[in-house]
Design a protein around this ligand. Sequence first.
Ligand code: 3HC
Ligand code: NAI
Length: 696
Amino acid sequence: MSSTQYELHGRVAVISMHNPPVNGLGYELRRGIVDGVKKAEADDNVKAVVIIGSEQAFSGGADIREFGTPKMMAEPTLPTVINFLDTTTKPVVAAIGGVAMGGGLELAMGCHYRIAKADTKVALPEVKLGILPGAGGTQRLPRLIGVEHALNLIVSGATVPAAMFKGSPLFDEFSQGELLQDALAFAEKLIDEGKGIRRVRDMKVSHPKAEAFFMWAGNGIQQMAKNYPAPMKCLEAVKASVFKKFDDGIKVERDAFAQLIQTEESKSLRHAFFAERATSKIPDVPEDTPTRDIKSVGVIGAGTMGSGIAINFLNAGIPVRILEMKQEALDRGVKHIQGVYEGRVKKGKMTAEDAEKKVALLQPTLSYDDLSDVDLVIEAVFEDMGVKQQVFEKLDQICKHGAILASNTSTLDLNKIASFTKRPEDVIGLHFFSPANVMKLLEVVRGEKTSKEVLATSMKLAKKIKKTAVISGVCDGFIGNRMVGRYQTEALLMLEEGATPQQIDKAIEKFGFVMGPLRMADLAGGDIGWAIRKRHYEEKPDMKRMVIADRLCEMGRFGQKTGAGFYKYIPGNRKPQHDPEVDKVIEECRKEMGITPRKISDQEIVERCVYALVNEGARILEEGIAQRASDIDIVYLTGYGFPVFRGGPMFYADQVGLLNVVRAIEKIRENPNTDSKFWEPAPLLAKLADEGKTFN
Ligand code: 3HC
Ligand code: NAI
């Protein structure tokens, strides 16, 4: 089917857009719209035109896949299409349902009249892709809904229901019944009343205290936007709508669009958009793979993770039975869950009634028998293979046929865990991140024998509980923690060599991470990393010890939870404070190791930490632990605070150029204090660099 269909309904020509799934305004669709309008103009019997999309989408905006390709600039471009509408002689009505976003909303605003379903989701979300509306949105929206509302919508990129604009000329009418029929009736009325075209560009826009308003808004936006140039450009363009003539305002918008689309920030955000949507695609698990119904969930362990995991399901309206060994631990977990809901009520994020309903879905228990009929069990007990064995053997005995048995282990061998049951095909890893009710990331760990059905069910369930799920194969630490281990190691080695915790964290935060590696270690709890290191020392006795980190742990400095780690903490305050005690420990350790401290540059800090992620990521990719490089990026963007404006570690490496990354790695390798085996460029990285290719 071609991208548009042209049909006559008496005196009204209807142009229907057909570019599934969201009517992205790609070249063919743009061409089709212009051809349709031309045809209508040439037909004397046609007195008005209706442009309509599908039930799901009027249009999701410009076709983002065309960005950076010749098709994007191929005429008619979207601005040309909209200009063309401005010069037609017959009234054009946009009939809007589903979503009208970005260029889709701009197209609607380029029409002369608009009729919409009240629940249509509208947005100018370009800022989330690091750009600004580039087809007149910054000039037309202020004319239709006022300067302040328009600026808010454009700078936030927020999606809102069309009904919000009742009473404004953004929508002339709301359709109560069938959209096309209502649009046709609206068009007939226009014809009967002799109403011709009505161009938004001819409308007036003003603000009583424009200068002061833009100054005030600019200050706020500047502070919020930090590493992103787009929000300030949005402001400039909206400002131009007030102070300049329409065509001059359009020029300000076009220039900003052309600049922004070339920025690293925008490329990264666009990469993240598609990467997030790619994670759910599993090459050997077709989309029509049958899934199981998950109507009830069991959680074992009501500690830090178990209680957070339970909240996800309660939020989604799925009943949870939570099991502990002792009443005291159970009560503690339940109290924590109740506390989270009370907090939400206090902050006005939820009504007390809603919170009560959610908590009522929780059933605490000390008996495994209560888990015999649940559809999914997630285990979050101590990270110890012996304990996991007991739990899985028990689950194998009591859980019903077809129940999914999941482990939240962060480091243990999932295949081994599965082998404790007679149904390894039903066993999967669901690795939540702490706090489990807040963090978006979920690593779905695919065991050797995990069935496709169990995998497909888990991915579907992840969507239901609003997680971003990434498939990982089985290895120590899976994708995220295996890589972060290398990253943290480099930070610790640089402490030995001469850097301070403050310097390392500051350099990494300046690069854009939410938190530097040592602040992150203090937040996660030093004991967790220490336990992992001790296990590694046992498994590989000749491995280099992390002397400073171990020493701090031996002193009981486990980070925020003990009030001291790489920093010290004032009770009730999470802000890390410089601790001279730590400086002393570092100095002592250096002396013991015979290291003379040297000055370490911020560039070295960033390169060693970030390229450690890249090099390990390349190995993970080569081993098939991650399905694709962009999945690794999503793990880091959603679970580890990697700067979104850099697109994730693998995308960042692509932007730097893999040859440059390999060069830097070879230089790092010359440092005798580093692990020279690890710093051999990963074979995949070396190969891609040689071939001039990229990860993504
Ligand atoms: N261009 C190309 N593909 C798009 C697209 C777009 N604008 N919007 C969505 N898609 C694709 C997705 O990549 C996905 O493809 P896949 O099935 O191959 O993975 C498919 O459409 C479905 O997308 P979702 O999974 O996101 O579906 P949802 O139903 O959950 O959401 C949506 C639909 C609300 C439209 C959401 O996709 C969305 O927010 N899209 C982006 C909207 C946007 O940013 N528009 C502005 C574009 S820039 C622009 O218009 C510039 C202009 O000012 C000149
Ligand atoms: P935790 O110590 O806070 O909680 C564990 C709970 O399990 C305790 O309340 C304990 O009483 C209970 N428990 C132990 N054995 C049990 C059994 N046989 N039956 C029933 N309950 C039992 O530990 P946490 O941090 O919640 O970790 C749990 C699991 O989640 C571990 O496998 C850990 O590796 C993993 N994990 C932890 C993360 C974290 O940041 N804490 C992040 C991701 C995964």
